[in-house]
Write a protein that binds this ligand. Structure first.
Ligand code: 6MZ
Length: 347
């Protein structure tokens, strides 16, 4: 590793946008494939390598393949513990994982046991002493409509109360070209009223401005991607103003957007627009397994593309602490951790 790569690795980091099944590493996929050889799944079907690109539609096909490989409690436990250990090994000190509870009739997996298993993985890593604080966002897949969204909110509410603070919020994700967010507003409003934090994928594709405008009235606590919110790419100033007025942080995933072809190149990524405004912008991975990246690499790419000094990059990772969903006391602990590491990392 060159000196620069060492810096990004050692930089303490906060990861706020990581889909569990998109974060499964090569090694874990190998283990899953050997558990289920009859599926005839090859590794090339679960990841998008260096220099490769796919349409967003094709990315969503990849998730379907991974879901076939991850369909028992045992699989989920392995996947979640592996993913948490990998983030920790990459220097991530605080992680919010998100995942869509799934029911699998053939294996007896229920949505409730799905969430319980992710929580068990988090607790197991904690007991092992893995140096990372992990929280969970229960995800709504927009394609499944109003009723499922409401069920998911109820599940998240139950776990918010029973998981000892591990379930902190709700994510709205899934194929942005399917369904309309307006039908999900009652469920999202209910979640918000009960104290769940909301992170919503907004304007990941160009056609969603009207939907984003509606969902911003909730308002959400964070925005995933927000690629097409600003006027330079067909968005609107009034939508940008809503984001600014409510100071809603953006979760930005450079490699995911480049490989999924929603932005033409790293240098044209909307990180630039929001960062220049001084708006809270958090670098994240999205799907580190599918897009073959890690958070250190994403910070490295952002810094080299937008000429950020080590000091500016440190500030970026430090400011991400303000955007986490865990309570103020956790933020304080993390700030202390950053302080303790600063003189050694930021030489
Ligand atoms: C929107 C995405 C996504 O929930 O099974 N997901 N949703 N945009 C993206 N950009 C590439 N990447 C992942 O993880 C996989 C699921 O996360 C959402 C999709 O709903 C996908 O099926 P889980 O752990």
């Amino acid at each position: 590793m060159d000196d620069d790569a060492v810096f990004y690795q050692e930089l303490p980091k906060v990861e706020l946008h990581a889909h569990l099944n998109g974060s499964v590493s090569f090694q874990t996929i190998e283990k899953l494939i050997s558990r289920k050889p009859h599926l005839n799944i090859e590794h090339s079907m679960t990841a998008i390598g260096k220099g490769q690109r796919r349409t967003l539609d094709e990315c969503f096909e990849v998730f379907k393949v991974i879901h076939k490989l991850v369909d028992t409690e045992e699989d989920i436990l392995m996947v979640a513990t592996d993913v948490i250990r990998e983030f920790a090994a990459d220097g991530v000190k605080y992680l919010e994982l998100r995942s869509t509870p799934r029911e699998e009739k053939d294996t007896g997996l229920t949505k409730r046991s799905y969430v319980e298993t992710v929580i068990k993985a988090i607790q197991q890593c904690k007991e092992e002493g893995v140096d990372i604080d992990v929280r969970f966002l229960v995800a709504i897949d927009r394609r499944n409509g109003t009723e499922v969204a409401m069920e998911t909110v109820k599940l998240a509410e139950d776990f918010m109360l029973s998981s000892d603070g591990l379930v902190v919020g709700l994510d709205l994700s899934g194929d942005p070209t399917v369904g309309h967010g307006k039908y999900l507003i009652p469920a999202l409003q209910k979640a918000k009223n009960s104290g769940l934090k909301l992170s919503l994928h907004l304007s990941e594709v160009p056609s969603q401005l009207e939907e984003s405008d509606l969902l911003l009235n909730l308002p959400p606590d964070r925005i995933g991607h927000g690629t097409f919110l600003h006027p330079e790419v067909g968005g609107s100033q009034s939508v940008v103003d809503k984001v600014l007025k409510n100071n809603i942080p953006l979760e930005l995933c450079l490699t995911s957007n480049v490989k999924g072809q929603t932005v033409p190149s790293y240098s044209k990524h909307h990180f630039k627009y929001w960062y220049q405004l001084g708006h809270p912008s958090v670098i994240c991975t999205d799907d580190k397994g599918v897009f073959c990246t890690d958070l250190s690499q994403e910070y490295h790419l952002a810094a080299s593309t937008f000429s950020l000094s080590h000091k500016a990059t440190w500030k970026l990772s430090h400011q991400a602490i303000d955007c986490i969903f865990a309570p103020e006391a956790v933020k304080e602990q993390l700030r202390q951790k950053w302080n303790d590491l600063e003189s050694r990392v930021l030489k």
